[in-house]
Design a protein around this ligand. Structure first.
Ligand SMILES: *Cc1c(COP(=O)(O)O)cnc(C)c1O
Length: 809
C-alpha cells in the first residue's frame, strides 16, 4: 500500500471509509492522521513480529534501557521516514489537496519526559533500531505527560497534558504480559530446611500492564519495542463479599490510589523531589521491568540465570531506576534460591549506570523510613549491600576509612541512590568528556579509587534522522545533492561538506534554506505572539528548561543592556537581532518563574518601543516541546549554550542546533567543549570562566558579586532597573532576582561572566555582517556535526559497555 502514491491513496480512502464512513474530502485532519498512523503501524507489524521472533531464538546479547522518561515527541513523520515511505505519503497527500504538515501536527506529542534526559532516551531508541541492535526501552505510561505551558500576563500557568485523549495509534496493550508489583506489608525471616528465607505478608499488589510501542529502524527490518507500564488494580485483591455499600466506595478509593502510580510525570528537571508517590513510580517501573525480563529469560535459557550477565545488560538512565540492583537481588535470592555471593556477582555484572548530573539538588536521597515502609524487603537488601560495602572499604581501603560516612549507601537516615548505583553496577559513565573528568577527579573521586575500571565516558548524541532529515528536509536534501546520501547511514560523512564551506554557490544555497526556515518561523511567531520580527535579523536562540545554572537570566540581562545602549544612542550601528526563548520552569521553582516573567516583561517593553527602531525583538514562545524545537532549530543562527561552566553535564540542544547550521555562543561546559574541539576556535564563540575556575571559587571563595555591581555601571543600571519601576510593574516584582544576585552572591556567576559575554555577543554581531564568512562557519559546523549523531554514541555503548552485536532481521 506504500509502494506508490496511487496504492497509498487507495488504501487511505478505503480505510477512511471503513473507519469513519467518510471519503478523503469529508474527513477531518485528525481522522486522516489517525488513519495514516494505523496504516503505518500495520506496515510495521510484520517486521515487529519478525524481530521479536529473532530475539526469542537468537542468543545474541540484548540490552534493556530503563528510564523514568522517554520524550518521544510525534512519531508519524519519523516512522514514515524510517520505513522509507515519507516522500510517497507526502506527495500523495498533496495530490489529494491536503497539507502534510497540517496532518502531522494532529498528533499529540508523547511528552513523557522533562527535557534532555528523556529526549536522550528517545534518540537512543531510534539509533538502536537503526543500527539493528537488540535494545528495548522500559518506561512508564504516564496518563499525563509534562504539563502544557501557558503564559498569562507574563506568568507561567501549567495545564494538564492529557495526551491520551485521542487514541494513541502507536501503542498495543498487552494484558497477557501483566505483572504484579508488591508494596508495603511485613517481611519475616524464617528458617525453612535450614535455609534462611523471607516471608512477605500483608502486601498490596499493583498490576503493571504493559503498552508496547514499536520502534522502527531506518530502512531496515528491525522493529524494537518500547514497553511502557501502566498501573491497574486487581479486583481479586479486594474483599467484595460484604454487601455494605461503603465497601464499594472504599474499592473506588483503592482503585484510584493504585492508578495514581502511573498518573503523571513529575515535572522537575535536575531536581530531586522526595515524594512517596515518586518512589512508588520508581519501584513500579523497576519491579515490573526486571520481573518480566527474568520471566522471559528463564523460558529462553532453560532457567539458567547464571547466564544473565552474558546475555543481558540493564542500563539505567540516571539513578531513578537504581532499585534494579536490590530488585534483581531479591528475585535471584528469594525467588530463585541463589545465595548472596552468587546473586551479587550476577547483579553487578548485569547492571550499568549512566550519571547525568553533579548538581547537589538533583541527587536522590530517600529517607530510610520511606523506603522501609514502602518496600520492606528491598530495604533489607539495600542494608545488606551497604553493610558489606562499608566492611569492604574498612578492610581493603584503610586510606578511605574516614570517608566511609560520605561513601555509604545508607547514612544519616538516608538512602543515597547514586552510591547504590555505583556499587551495584559494572559500568559508570558520564555523558561528555568534561563531565566524566569532573566525576572522576572530584564528585566521585573516592569511588573512583575503589572502582577505577568501572568509569568511562559516552558523549551524548542526537538522532540526525529526526533532527536533520525530518526537521530540516530542505537542508538534508541540499546535503544529499552535494555529497551524496551516504551520510544518512554514516553521519560522519557530513565532513565531506568541508570542501564546499567556501564555495559561493553552495553558500548561497545554504543561505536560502536558512532564510526559508527563518521566514517560516517568523510566521509562526506572528501567529502565536503577534510579534512581527525581521526575518533578516540574527535569530538568536536559547531553548531549554529554565534553570538557574543555564543562565537565561544572563541572556535577558544582556538584552536589557543592549536596550539601554540603544536608548542612549538610537542610531548605534548594531546588526538587527531577534532573541528567541523557549523554556518551561518546574511548577514549584519560584526563581525560574520570576525569570520567565522578566523575559516576557522586558520583551513587551522593548518590542513596543519605537526607539530601538526594529533592531531588537524579543520573543518567548510558550510550551517548549519536541515539536516546537523541530520548528525553531532549523531557523536558528545563534545557539546559546551559556551554562555556568561545570554545571551542564553534556547538553544535546547544542548538538541539534549545530547540526542545523547555528553557531554556538557558549561556555566551556558539557559537550560545547567537544564541539569546539571539532570545529576549531574560529567557528564558535566561547566566553566566560572555565569549569576549573568555577570549581575553585566554590571551594576557596574569592568571588564577590557586589564588587562587580559597584564597579560596572552597565550591570548596576540593569540591576537597579529591576527594582526602580523601570519595567512599569510593581517595584517589587523583580526584587527576588535582585537579591538572589546581590545577597546570595550570584551562585551561577552571571555578573562574573557578563563582561566576556557582552564581548562575545559583539563578536557575533560583527561576524554576521560578513555573510560569506558566517556561512563558511555555519557549513563547517554542519560538516563536523556527524560526531554528535546518537548512532556514534550508541555504537560506543554497544561495543564498550554492552558488548552487543547487531541482529539482522
Ligand atoms: C533537546 C531537548 C532538550 C535538551 O536541551 P538542552 O539545551 O540540552 O538542555 C530539552 N527539551 C526538549 C524538548 C528537547 O528537544
Amino acid at each position: 500500500m506504500f509502494s506508490s502514491k496511487e496504492s497509498f491513496k487507495v488504501a487511505l480512502t478505503e480505510r477512511l471509509e471503513k473507519k469513519f464512513g467518510k471519503d478523503a474530502k469529508d474527513a477531518s485532519p485528525i481522522e486522516i492522521y489517525q488513519t495514516i498512523g494505523t496504516l503505518v503501524k500495520e506496515k510495521m507489524n510484520k517486521s515487529w513480529v519478525e524481530t521479536n521472533k529473532h530475539y526469542l531464538k537468537n542468543e545474541e546479547k540484548q540490552v534493556y534501557y530503563f528510564s523514568m522518561e522517554f520524550l518521544l515527541g510525534r512519531l508519524l513523520e519519523s516512522n514514515l521516514l524510517n520505513t522509507g515511505t515519507l516522500t510517497t505519503v507526502k506527495d500523495a497527500l498533496i495530490e489529494l489537496g491536503m497539507d502534510p504538515e497540517e496532518i502531522f501536527e494532529q498528533e499529540h506529542d508523547a511528552g513523557l519526559g522533562n527535557g534532555g534526559l528523556g529526549r536522550l532516551a528517545a534518540c537512543f531508541l531510534d539509533s538502536l533500531a537503526s543500527l539493528e541492535l537488540p535494545g528495548h526501552g522500559c518506561g512508564i505510561r504516564y496518563k499525563y505527560g509534562l504539563f502544557q505551558q501557558k503564559l498569562i500576563d507574563g506568568h507561567q500557568v501549567e495545564l494538564p497534558d492529557y495526551w491520551l485523549e485521542e487514541d494513541y495509534v502507536w501503542e498495543v496493550r498487552r494484558s497477557d504480559k501483566a505483572i504484579g508489583v508488591r508494596f508495603g506489608g511485613n517481611v519475616n525471616p524464617e528458617f525453612i530446611d535450614g535455609r534462611l528465607t523471607f516471608h512477605h505478608t500483608n502486601y498490596e499488589t499493583v498490576m503493571a500492564v504493559p503498552y508496547d510501542v514499536p520502534i522502527v529502524g531506518y530502512e531496515n527490518q528491525t522493529v524494537n519495542t518500547l514497553r511502557l507500564w501502566s498501573a491497574e488494580s486487581t479486583t481479586n485483591d479486594f474483599n467484595f463479599h460484604s454487601s455494605n455499600r461503603n465497601d464499594y466506595y472504599k474499592y473506588l478509593e483503592y482503585k484510584r490510589s493504585i492508578e495514581s502510580i502511573s498518573e503523571f510525570l513529575y515535572p522537575d528537571d535536575s531536581y530531586f523531589e522526595g515524594k512517596l508517590l515518586r518512589l512508588k513510580q520508581q519501584y513500579f517501573l523497576v519491579s515490573a521491568g526486571v520481573q518480566s525480563i527474568i520471566k522471559m529469560f528463564k523460558e529462553k535459557y532453560n532457567n539458567d540465570l547464571r547466564k544473565l550477565p552474558e546475555k543481558i545488560t540493564m542500563q539505567i538512565n540516571d539513578t531513578h531506576p537504581s532499585l534494579v540492583v536490590p530488585e534483581l537481588m531479591r528475585i535471584l535470592m528469594d525467588e530463585e534460591g541463589f545465595g548472596w555471593d552468587e546473586a551479587w556477582a550476577i547483579t553487578t555484572e548485569t547492571v550499568a549506570y549512566t550519571n547525568h548530573t553533579t548538581l547537589s539538588e538533583a541527587l536522590e536521597k530517600w529517607p530510610v523510613s520511606l523506603v522501609q515502609q514502602l518496600i520492606p524487603r528491598i530495604y533489607m537488601i539495600i542494608e545488606e549491600i551497604n553493610e558489606r560495602f562499608c566492611q569492604m572499604l574498612w578492610f581493603d581501603f584503610p586510606n578511605l576509612r574516614e570517608k566511609i560516612p560520605q561513601m555509604a549507601i545508607i547514612a544519616y537516615d538516608q538512602v543515597h541512590m547514586a552510591h547504590l548505583a555505583i556499587v551495584g553496577s559494572f559500568s559508570v559513565n558520564g555523558v561528555a568528556k568534561i563531565h566524566t573528568d569532573i566525576l572522576i577527579q572530584k564528585e566521585m573521586k573516592d569511588f573512583y579509587t575503589v572502582y577505577p575500571n568501572k568509569y568511562n565516558n559516552k558523549t551524548n548524541g542526537i538522532t540526525h534522522r529526526r533532527w536533520l532529515l525530518n526537521a530540516n528536509p530542505k537542508l538534508a536534501e541540499l546535503i544529499t545533492d552535494t555529497i551524496g546520501k551516504r551520510w544518512i547511514s554514516q553521519p560522519k560523512e557530513l565532513i565531506g561538506l568541508l570542501k564546499y564551506a567556501s564555495d559561493p554557490s553552495f553558500q548561497e544555497k545554504v543561505r536560502n534554506v536558512k532564510q526559508d526556515n527563518k521566514r517560516k518561523l517568523a510566521r509562526l511567531i506572528k501567529d502565536q505572539c503577534g510579534i512581527t520580527v525581521d526575518e533578516h535579523s540574527i535569530f538568536d536562540v536559547q531553548i531549554k528548561r529554565l534553570h538557574g545554572y543555564k543562565r537565561q537570566l544572563m541572556n535577558i540581562f544582556h538584552i536589557i543592556h543592549l536596550y539601554n545602549v540603544l536608548r542612549e544612542n538610537p542610531n548605534l550601528d548594531i546588526t538587527p537581532r531577534t532573541f528567541i526563548f523557549g523554556a518551561k520552569a518546574a511548577p514549584s521553582y519560584y526563581f525560574a518563574k520570576e525569570v520567565i516573567n522578566l523575559i516576557v516583561t522586558a520583551a513587551n517593553l522593548i518590542n513596543n518601543d519605537p526607539v530601538v527602531n526594529n533592531k531588537l525583538k524579543v520573543v518567548f514562545l510558550e510550551n517548549y516541546s519536541v515539536s516546537l524545537a523541530e520548528k525553531i532549530i532549523p531557523a536558528a543562527d545563534v545557539s546559546q549554550q551559556i551554562s555556568t561552566a561545570s554545571k551542564e553535564a553534556s547538553g544535546t540542544g547544542n548538538m541539534k542546533l549545530m547540526m542545523n547550521g547555528a553557531l554556538t555562543l557558549g561556555t566551556l561546559d558539557g559537550a560545547n567543549v567537544e564541539i569546539k574541539e571539532m570545529v576549531g576556535d574560529e567557528n564558535i564563540f566561547i566566553f566566560g570562566l572555565t569549569a576549573q575556575e568555577v570549581l575553585n571559587y566554590y571551594q576557596f571563595g574569592g568571588y564577590n558579586a557586589r564588587h562587580i555591581y559597584n564597579s560596572d555601571h552597565r550591570i548596576r543600571t540593569i540591576l537597579d532597573q529591576l527594582v526602580n519601576g523601570f519595567f512599569n510593574k510593581d517595584e517589587y516584582e523583580f526584587k527576588d532576582i535582585y537579591y538572589n544576585i546581590l545577597s546570595n552572591n550570584d551562585e551561577f556567576f552571571v555578573l562574573k561572566d557578563f563582561d566576556s559575554y557582552i564581548e562575545a555577543q559583539e563578536m557575533v554581531d560583527q561576524n554576521y555582517r560578513d555573510q560569506n564568512n558566517w556561512l563558511k562557519k555555519s557549513i563547517t559546523n554542519i560538516a563536523h556535526s556527524g560526531k554528535f549523531s546518537s548512532d556514534r554514541t550508541i555504537s560506543e555503548y554497544a561495543s564498550e559497555i554492552w558488548r552487543l552485536s547487531p541482529v539482522h532481521v
